[in-house]
Every structure is written in structure tokens, then in C-alpha cells.
Write a protein that binds this ligand. Structure first.
Ligand code: HEC
Length: 257
């Protein structure tokens, strides 16, 4: 019976031991909570950093032909990659344009469209690059007119520069998994939106604090009607994002080197 003295001791001091044990438990709980807040705040700051840096969102960027800055004329036309299925009902398939968190509409934006649908861009514009975006299951095709396509990295764009970004849904299987072609690239399905921006002298002033240089923005459906969220008066989010994410040093254009 060598445990007897110990049991007696425990019985005598049970109040003290209980207090000690609960203090220990409380300590553990506090430490756990603290480490949770620490990891939470780091993940928030990581997210903020990702949002505020100029880096592109996750995606596979495919350089087309020779880099845009060698000379615009060596680039293929915008229509170079064969187009797949067209949306049977493009209006139904049109996605909302990306919006900035925390910015509610309506925010200052030009009330009229001075950009204009770039007629014949598929033949006349140069294909600059293609992005496969896993986050929103899209393929984005970026083209520029000759003026824009000839600009070297780090240089500002001359007036008359126009960019187009075609947004396609990426083909998916029944479970929503993105399908790829033999080169590992996403397969374009419905063309849902045509985003355009144009630079002209004095453009962009109506965006006020969200102005991104002298660019104005607009979003069309493939049938050349306006996307409801990117129509005249509704394009503040475009300028805001290009202002903050592409930045002045890039003349507010997301360029790939
Ligand atoms: C949340 C940020 C964001 C918003 C909002 C946004 N864009 Fe962009 N835009 C991008 C990014 C990033 C790219 C580069 C392509 C890519 O990685 O998807 C881009 C590329 C473009 C391009 C190709 C030329 C370039 O600047 O690189 C055009 C044209 C364009 N956007 C127009 C628009 C229009 C029009 C709107 C509003 C209807 C808009 N964008 C809203 C982030 C944004």
C-alpha cells in the first residue's frame, strides 16, 4: 500500500490541486486562442498584400508569338486562335464584371461611351496574350490595336491606344472540372464579354479619385450591347482596379513581359 500516503495527501490538498489544474487548462485555452488570432491576422494581411500588389491574379499566362514589345507587327491577329462554341444565348451567359470589394455602385464614371465598340478588332487588332483563369473558370484573350501593341514595357501608351479583353467561359465537365486541350490549355466555350479601354487626351476625368490616367472603360456583350454592370455610368470598378492593381508605372495596363 505505498500509494496510501499519496492518496491521503491528494485528499487533504484537493482544493489546491483543483485550482492548479484549472489554471493549467485556462493557460492552454488562452495560448490556443492567441495562436488562432495570430494565424488569422497573418492570413488577412497576406490576402491584403495579394490584393494590393501589382501581381496578376492566379492564372496561366500564355505569351503569343514574339513579345509585344519587339514590334507590334510581328504579332498575330486577335482572331489567331480558333474560336470554339459561341454562346447559344450570350445574354444569359454574360457574367458580371469583377467588382472591387467595398466599392458600392454608383461611383463616379463617365456617363457616355467615348470608347466605342472596336469594329473588326478580330482582324485588325494584334493578339497580345491569353490567360487561363482557374479562379473564375475563364479564358481571357487580350488584344491591342497597332498603336497599343507597339508600345515597349514601361513606356506610356500614345493617345489612340485601344485594348480589348475577350472573356470566354472555360469548358467544364459535368462536375465543373475544367477541361484542357492537348497543350494543357483551357478550351474556350461561350464568349461572354468584350471589355475595352481607350486612351485619349483628357479621358478618365469623370472617374474623379478613381481615375486611372487618361483611359475610359466599357463592357460589351458579343452582340455589341452593353453589359449591364459595365455600361456607361457603371464603369468605376474598371478604373479603380486598373488604377490600384496595374498602377501608374504601367500606364494602368496589365502587361506581360
Ligand atoms: C478587380 C480588378 C479588375 C477590374 C474591376 C477590371 N479589370 Fe480589367 N484587367 C484586370 C486584370 C488583372 C487584367 C489582366 C488580365 C488578367 O489577368 O485577367 C485586366 C485586363 C484588362 C484589359 C486588357 C488590357 C490591360 O489593361 O491589361 C482590358 C481591355 C480590361 N481589363 C478592361 C476592363 C474593363 C472595361 C473593366 C470594367 C468593365 C475592367 N477591366 C475591370 C483587372 C481588372
Amino acid at each position: 500500500m505505498r500509494y496510501l500516503p499519496m492518496i491521503k495527501y491528494i485528499l487533504k490538498r484537493w482544493v489546491k490541486i483543483l485550482v492548479l489544474l484549472s489554471a493549467l487548462l485556462l493557460g492552454f485555452a488562452l495560448a490556443e486562442m492567441l495562436s488562432m488570432t495570430i494565424s488569422l491576422s497573418t492570413s488577412i494581411s497576406v490576402a491584403q498584400r495579394q490584393y494590393s500588389t501589382r501581381s496578376h491574379p492566379p492564372g496561366v499566362y500564355v505569351q503569343v508569338g514574339r513579345p509585344a514589345h519587339t514590334t507590334g507587327s510581328t504579332l498575330p491577329p486577335c482572331s489567331a486562335i480558333p474560336r470554339l462554341l459561341q454562346a447559344s444565348n450570350p445574354k444569359a451567359a454574360a457574367p458580371l464584371p469583377p467588382t472591387l470589394p467595398g466599392i458600392s455602385s454608383p461611383r463616379p464614371a463617365p456617363q457616355i461611351d467615348r470608347v466605342g465598340f472596336p469594329e473588326n478588332y478580330r482582324n485588325e487588332f494584334k493578339l497580345i496574350y491569353v490567360v487561363d483563369r482557374p479562379d473564375n473558370k475563364q479564358v481571357r484573350v487580350i488584344c491591342g490595336n497597332d498603336i497599343a501593341a507597339a508600345v515597349k514595357p514601361g513606356k506610356t501608351f500614345p493617345y489612340g491606344s485601344v485594348f480589348v479583353m475577350e472573356i470566354y467561359n472555360a469548358k467544364q465537365d459535368a462536375n465543373g472540372n475544367i477541361l484542357k486541350d492537348e497543350k494543357g490549355q483551357y478550351i474556350r466555350e461561350a464568349l461572354t464579354a468584350i471589355f475595352v479601354h481607350r486612351k485619349e487626351q483628357g479621358f478618365g476625368a469623370d472617374y474623379l479619385d478613381d481615375r486611372s490616367g487618361e483611359w475610359e472603360y466599357i463592357g460589351y456583350r458579343p452582340d455589341k450591347t452593353y453589359l449591364p454592370n459595365a455600361a456607361p455610368g457603371k464603369t468605376n470598378a474598371c478604373a479603380s482596379c486598373h488604377l490600384r492593381q496595374a498602377g501608374k508605372s504601367e500606364d494602368y495596363v496589365f502587361r506581360k513581359e
